[in-house]
Design a protein around this ligand. Structure first.
Ligand SMILES: Cc1ncc(COP(=O)(O)O)c(C=O)c1O
Length: 390
């Protein structure tokens, strides 16, 4: 029977009967899983008998359950849990690249993903083209050697959305694999595999973990693709610990409930900001004014709780607003219960000059807000008093 995402968040991946009749999934910390006899060892290595565990760098039972839950949420065949979102991206890319191949990456992808492609993969002869973040931009960047398209939806900080139906039609016609970082969407709002994307990545540090207290990443897709990535992970060792896997399983129990609240608050606060006299522009895909609103509305169930906006003022005025906020913390990251606020020009691009930031599209008066689980009314009142300081 098909289950709703609320039920999947609570139950998917978990056996009904657990060790010691425990109601919740236990944490298994063992680093090795003994064989009964040498005969059993022969059976395992010859492939006669399957078992999921052997040595913990190749996986552990708590990780396995978290992976099954994550695969179910994204409607995928299999998932691989990793130590961070970046290790999911790096492990996936290292498993997929071949010398001489060309990658197309959309220009507003997560900064460290772009740096990895541009500075690390280039060292091994893997070419790439960074393109305008649209299907037309991607199509124009494709070469005969293109084997992979890397994109994101929505993106940070301007929440651009890629038309997944058009992207998948293009990629399938050209026999190119697609990998999408859907961290900001989450499987509650968007399931890219349903559109035909090959691999979905999330930084589980964000909405999936959901409590600002764990780091993890996940890649989801077809079994054979995930198995190939898993074999690389067995070499690189960028695993999430069993404790992290447990925390993720626990955090996911409230995933659907949290997402509903954050979608609702995100839209309300975006609308409040758009109407505020001290605000110049708001980027939130749920707003009719957003350039990708039509795409977002068509393919997403909700729009999440990351909002970017420019104020009518300078970088320093932006700092005044951020410092005057009483509820959101001044911190990077997103998706947790505590609202977080920051200026991308300072938090992510401190090392760049204002001119370089301008070339990268990072406005000096830009503020990024991750709406948490507090009351939207309280957040609106707090933002209002902070904005009225300038
Ligand atoms: C869209 C996106 N992808 C990937 C990452 C990297 O995830 P992690 O910090 O878990 O390595 C982040 C982190 O901010 C992100 O926002």
């Amino acid at each position: 029977m098909a289950r709703s995402i609320d039920t999947l968040s609570v139950h998917a991946g978990e056996d009904r009967e657990k060790a010691h009749d425990s109601l919740v999934t236990p944490i298994i910390l063992a680093t090795a899983y003994p064989f009964d006899s040498t005969a059993d060892l022969h059976k395992y290595f010859s492939g006669e008998v399957e078992r999921s565990e052997e040595y913990a760098r190749y996986g552990n039972p708590t990780q396995d359950i978290a992976e099954k839950k994550l695969a179910a949420l994204d409607n995928g065949e299999a998932a691989l849990l990793t130590s961070t979102g970046m290790s999911a991206i790096v492990t996936t890319l290292l498993a997929m690249v071949k010398p001489g191949m060309h990658i197309v990456i959309t220009a507003d992808s997560y900064r460290k993903t772009r740096v990895f492609v541009r500075e690390f993969l280039a060292k091994f002869g893997i070419e790439h083209t960074s393109c305008e973040p649209s299907v037309a931009g991607i199509e124009a960047a494709i070469k005969p050697t293109t084997k992979l398209i890397i994109t994101e939806s929505p993106t940070n900080p301007y929440l651009n959305c890629i038309d997944l139906e058009a992207l998948c039609a293009l990629a399938k016609a050209k026999r190119i694999k697609t990998m999408i970082d859907a961290t900001l969407a989450t499987p509650y709002n968007l399931r890219p595999l349903d559109f035909g994307v090959d691999l979905v990545i999330h930084s589980a540090t964000k909405y999936l973990g959901g409590h600002n207290d764990l780091m993890a990443g996940v890649v989801i897709g077809r079994k054979d693709l995930i198995q190939a990535i898993r074999e690389h992970q067995g070499m690189f060792g960028a695993l999430a610990s069993p404790f992290t896997a447990y925390m993720l399983i626990r955090g996911l129990k409230t995933f659907a409930v949290r997402m509903r609240h954050q979608n609702e608050s995100g839209l309300r606060i975006a609308r409040f900001l758009e109407a505020h006299p001290k605000v110049e522009q708001v980027w939130y895909p749920g707003l009719e004014s957003h350039a990708a609103h039509a795409i977002a509305k068509r393919q997403m169930k909700g729009f999440g709780s990351l909002i970017s906006f420019t104020i009518k003022g300078t970088l320093e005025d932006g700092s005044k607003v951020v410092d005057a906020c009483e509820i959101p913390y001044l911190a990077p990251s997103l998706g947790g219960p505590e609202s977080l606020i920051e200026q991308p020009a300072l938090m992510s691009y401190y090392d760049k000059s204002p001119e370089e930031r301008g070339r990268l599209g990072i406005r000096e008066n830009l503020i990024r807000l991750s709406v948490g689980l507090e009351s939207a009314d309280d957040l609106i009142a707090d933002l209002d008093q902070a904005l009225n300081r300038i």
